[in-house]
Write a protein that binds this ligand. Structure first.
Ligand code: GLP
Length: 243
């Protein structure tokens, strides 16, 4: 079941997302957040930082799990999701480093890392999962064709995804990793509440596929049709195919 919120611009999209985040933070003693990378949630993270600085909202009792990480670059690489999350959120709030979970993409035995991460996830229940959506309908790095019952696994990135993300790698697709570790679709579906943030015309097809398309692994985000608490926050361009 989707609750669809359409607003005028990215600032308002981020404000809507933050309202839901604030409710989650206030309604639990030990909130567990599922977090995403990419440009879409950056405005939300800025609002969380401003709220922490302005209103003293504390993250000392918050636990986080990130969706995914590139394989083949080191943790401290400037484009790793570990670095992204620390720069865009964690370094600017009072979260404890030991409560931050991000899959490792630089382990020798990546299969063991998938199992370790999924087991850690299963010890917790995510109160709020933040998602963006790829132009091919991926969530996390669950590319088209990923089975709906997938748990944390190694994904081969689509050419389209690598092209989309080349902007972070000096516009050079050859520098974009070819593999990633990602929570699976079944792992994501265990979250109690989910928000999907999407803006811009280039997301319109993916948003349509998620909300109105066939529920099929060809659009991984369409699995969310089966979740009972998903809020999709869009600008008009991203919503333009919903009619
Ligand atoms: C990336 C991430 C996803 C993200 C998506 C969209 O590849 N793995 O978690 O949601 O692509 O990114 P953006 O928000 O920058 O458009």
């Amino acid at each position: 079941m989707f609750n669809i919120v359409i607003v005028d611009d990215y600032g308002l999209v981020s404000s809507e997302a933050f309202k839901i985040m604030r409710n989650t933070l206030q309604s639990s003693e030990h909130p567990v957040l599922g977090l995403a990378t990419g440009s879409s949630p950056v405005g939300l993270y800025k609002k969380m930082i401003a709220d922490h600085n302005g209103n003293g909202t504390s993250y000392k009792k918050v636990t986080t799990f990130n969706l995914d990480e590139y394989i083949g670059i080191e943790r401290n690489h400037e484009q790793s999701y570990y670095t992204f999350m620390h720069e865009n959120l964690f370094d600017q709030i009072d979260i404890r480093e030991e409560n931050i979970h991000i899959p490792h993409g630089d382990r020798e035995d990546m299969q063991a890392e998938c199992i370790r991460y999924e087991n850690e996830l299963k010890k917790h229940e995510i109160d709020l999962q933040v998602l963006g959506i790829g132009t091919d309908g991926h969530i996390g790095f669950n590319e088209p064709g990923t089975p709906f019952d997938s748990e944390t696994h190694i994904a081969d990135l689509e050419e389209q995804t690598r092209r989309d993300n080349a902007r972070f790698f000096e516009d050079d697709i050859n520098q974009v990793p070819r593999k990633a570790i990602t929570m699976g679709l079944a792992s994501i579906m265990r979250a109690k509440k989910i928000i999907v943030i999407a803006t811009g015309e280039n997301k319109a097809n993916a948003v349509y596929g998620m909300v109105k398309g066939a529920k099929d692994p060809s659009c991984p985000a369409s699995i969310l049709q089966d979740h009972d608490d998903v809020t999709v926050i869009l600008d008009h361009a991203a919503a333009s195919r919903l009619g």
